[in-house]
Ligand binder design. Structure first.
Ligand code: BGC
Ligand code: NOJ
Length: 814
């Protein structure tokens, strides 16, 4: 069942009924001002940090699930009837409802009793504000007199404090209203130098800033007293819950349309210019007024919308493909790339499943996200890498997370996830492969953000590798620490206290439990560092790191092989995890994917055997589950993984993040058919037709799809902010389509399904546009290239002469 359709031409997903199984959301903003918006206008906004600079309030896990947002009400003066064109919160049975989620904007609207209301929401590039561009059209045969009400609820900035500290917060709210603009200035009188504003392009009939006055006692957003009565109360908030609402009266002749613009923004003032007059307590509104005036003018709004469109055209133009598969095309060209930008901007902080108050930017997450976005925003990728590296510990270890606003490591969670530092090597290498900019290796970056501790980034990478070597266990495999990639395999936790955090509790010293997964990751990272060293003339290091990689490979082959698949780990008692010796959790996906990606066992059949085991034991029609058999009870020695009921999350859920590891592994083993088959099982567009099972958005990846042990097998959860976005993008574009940046240049090494006759692609790479045509002429995967009509050796494109803008590439697969 479908709840909408793709409009690929406009790069939109069009939702055609409002009651989607879950809120289907989009992100507004791509620089500093951000918002989440659902298909019924739910959601909230923030500046840079979803916790510390929350502009509007949102209550998660509500009933209904999604309540509170950017609501507009229309009221018919003649009948007194009122409704929301976005369906929520009044839920009138509107006609012609649609929500178009596009690149950085969302348009929601419907028609009720012959009045059409449609709002386009977006954040102009370069601005710290969002625009709501409302068009009301009278489709009746008679004139109509209407009132338009806007509404938002301000958050008192710190979203965590806002939801918890009511003894203070009910008394701190403050606003000012001037020229019809509502200024939210809670805590501005003390240490804040920022305020929010909510403005309207039209002359107002009234306004409200106090929630109780607007809603009325015991009422909700579905039935505000002010809207019902048709008259704003002109309330001024003193404490309690400040809101923003404008009332505009309009009259429309039959067929007539009117546009109204609302502007919600964030403004900082220099500390010494907070007030005007300087000795008053009145907010200095000079800067805000300039920008408000700009966007009260519809022409500027239209120009800003066009500029946003150009930004996305440009951003996505880095890679465009035309393959025989529609789902591949639309995900690669539009939605998967777009989702990668969302994970870049948000990491795991703000979605409908991440509250924005808990997690900052994950160290391993952000490094992996690079795989998906580096080609679109290379200079911001560079900055991200340097920020991440600056939080690295002197030991080579890493803070598990850092806060985007302060760029400091998060002490609450701390460190000790022993895979973390290795991802930095992969992240940096990804950046250099894309850009060729090796200068980043010489950038001086501090440890633990401590001035004076600066060392070249290359030194950070060396310490990352050394961190693993300093922490080897009884089998000389890497010690797992708190956890590796699988946050829930907590082999040193031994938690028996209800509510204790599996993420931060370690009750064992951690000298025994080892991770085969980190072993594989180490081999991959050590070889990548060796590549870097080789390319940049540090040959001594190359030798050493290759040697370490080989040694670890041997260790994995010896102690990490179970006969038909790779072992997952050793627990605190030195017993195998993920082995046929175990009662439950005999096989795990992570070590199969990572070890094969690291090249372990490709020559001696181990890799093929492992992949065969994945196919027979872990693959389902909805994707590949994480482990089997699922854990049916709590194992204190395994931790959180066994806390989940079978089939969910890390306990035998289809954890989409590591499905592409198997996809990549399949291409490395030469199996293009199997690779694409796995790819399409979790490709959201390919699952659009089973919307009632899948339930999440069909245009972005979820983190998890319930596994076969779950009663809801096939049901997706935790959409948007997941490493799945980057890894799938990487797997389809660089391994199946095989357009792969390397340190030496762009490699063309497709491993496509046998039924495909070929595909074309346009890839912008290091300043050159490559027009690539791939044709299949034989059944295998070997590639021969012609470049601008001339045969070229190997499968890496030679660097073109300086000044070259375009290169035509033909790749023949035999
Ligand atoms: C989840 C993991 C997540 C971790 C981080 C766990 O409960 O299952 O997927 O990474 O929490 O807080
Ligand atoms: C989500 C986390 O963000 C990621 O870092 C982790 O690898 C996966 N969960 C698996 O536990």
């Amino acid at each position: 069942m479908r709840y909408g359709k793709f409009d690929d031409k406009r790069k939109e997903y069009v939702i055609t009924r409002p009651d989607t199984p879950l809120p289907w959301i989009n992100y507004l903003g791509c620089e500093a001002y951000f918002g989440i918006i659902s298909n019924t206008a739910g959601g909230y906004s923030f500046y840079k940090d979803a916790r510390l600079r929350r502009i509007t309030r949102y209550r998660y896990n509500n009933a209904p699930f999604d309540m509170g947002g950017r609501y507009i009400y229309l009221r018919d003066a003649a009948s007194g009837e009122f409704w929301s064109p976005s369906w929520m919160p009044t839920r009138h049975a509107a006609e012609r409802y649609s929500c178009r989620h596009g690149m950085g904007y969302t348009t929601i609207g419907s028609t009720y009793n012959g009045i059409e209301g449609r709002t386009r929401y977006f954040v102009p590039m370069g601005e710290n504000l969002e625009i709501w561009q409302l068009t009301v059209t009278n489709r009746r045969k008679k004139p109509a007199k209407l009132s338009v009400f806007s509404s938002i609820e301000f958050c008192l900035w710190d979203a965590w404090d806002d939801q918890t500290n009511f003894q203070r917060n009910f008394s701190t709210g403050q606003v000012e209203v001037e020229d019809g603009v509502i200024y939210h200035k809670t805590e501005y009188r003390e240490r804040r130098d920022h305020f929010a504003y909510f403005a309207c392009s039209e002359k107002l009939a009234g306004f409200d800033t106090q929630r109780d006055a607007f809603l009325g006692a015991y009422r909700g957003w579905d039935n505000p007293a002010v809207v019902e009565s048709g008259r704003s109360a002109n309330s001024i908030a003193h404490g309690w819950a400040p809101i923003g609402s404008h009332q505009v009266k309009i009259s429309l002749t039959p067929g007539e349309s009117k546009q109204i613009v609302f502007i919600l923004g964030y403004q900082e003032n220099p500390k010494d210019q907070k007030f005007l007059p300087a000795d008053s307590q009145t907010v200095n509104k000079q800067n805000a007024k300039t920008v408000i005036a700009k966007y009260r003018d519809l022409q500027n709004v239209e120009a800003a919308f066009r500029a946003l469109g150009q930004y996305w055209e440009e951003t996505l133009s880095v890679l465009q493909v035309d393959t025989p598969d529609l789902h591949t095309n639309r995900m690669v060209n539009i939605w998967n790339a777009y989702q990668c930008m969302a994970t870049f901007n948000m990491s795991r902080s703000a979605s409908f499943y991440e509250s924005g108050v808990g997690r900052g930017l994950g160290f391993r997450d952000s490094n992996q996200d690079l795989l998906g976005f580096v080609q679109m925003v290379p200079s911001r990728a560079r900055e991200r890498i340097l920020d991440l590296a600056a939080t690295q510990l002197k030991s080579g270890g890493a803070f598990h997370q850092y806060q985007p606003l302060t760029k400091r490591g998060n002490n609450d969670v701390g460190s000790g996830f022993n895979d973390d530092p290795l991802w930095l090597i992969l992240g940096v290498n990804t950046y250099i492969k894309e850009t060729g900019d090796a200068s980043i290796l010489n950038e001086k970056v501090p440890y633990e953000n401590e001035p004076g501790s600066e060392k070249p980034l290359y030194d950070h990478l060396q310490r990352s590798l050394q961190y693993t070597l300093d922490r080897l266990g009884p089998h000389k495999l890497p010690l797992i620490g708190r956890a590796d990639w699988n946050d829930c395999l907590n082999l040193n936790c031994f938690s028996d206290t209800p509510g204790q955090s599996f993420q931060t509790t370690t009750n064992k010293e951690g000298k025994t439990a080892e991770s085969v997964f980190i072993g594989g990751l180490f081999v991959l990272a050590a070889n990548e560092l060796a590549d870097l060293a080789e390319t940049f003339d540090r040959r001594g290091d190359t030798k050493r790191y290759r040697w370490e990689a080989e040694r670890m490979k041997e260790t994995v082959r010896k102690h990490g092989w179970d006969g038909e698949w790779f072992v997952r780990a050793y627990d605190d008692f030195g017993r195998k995890v993920g082995s046929k010796e175990c009662k439950e959790g005999q096989i795990f996906i992570e070590s199969q994917g990572m070890c094969v990606m690291a090249g372990i066992g490709l020559k001696d059949g181990m890799a093929q055997k492992a992949l065969e085991s994945v196919k027979t034991r872990l693959a389902t029609r909805h994707g590949i589950v994480l482990n089997q058999p699922a854990f049916t009870r709590y194992y204190i020695e395994y931790g959180e993984i066994s806390s989940y009921p079978p089939g969910y999350k890390e306990n035998a859920g289809i954890f989409c993040h590591n499905n592409p590891w198997i996809i990549i592994a399949e291409t490395m083993a030469g199996n293009g058919d199997q690779a694409l088959d796995y790819y399409l099982r979790i490709n959201p567009s390919a699952r659009e037709g089973i919307g009632e099972v899948h339930r999440c958005e069909p245009y972005v990846y979820p983190q998890m799809i319930a596994g076969r042990d779950a009663p809801t097998h096939g049901e997706a959860k935790n959409s948007w902010l997941t490493g799945t976005a980057a890894w799938n993008f990487y797997a389809i574009t660089q391994f199946i389509l095989g357009i792969r940046p390397t340190l030496k240049g762009l490699r063309i090494a497709p491993v496509i399904p046998s039924r495909w006759t070929g595909f074309t692609a346009v890839r912008k790479y290091r300043g050159v546009t490559y027009r690539i045509t791939v044709k299949r002429s034989g059944k295998g995967n070997s590639v021969s290239l012609t470049v601008d009509g001339k045969a070229a050796p190997g499968d890496v494109l030679p660097l073109p002469a300086p000044g070259t803008d375009e290169v035509a590439v033909e790749a023949t697969i035999n």
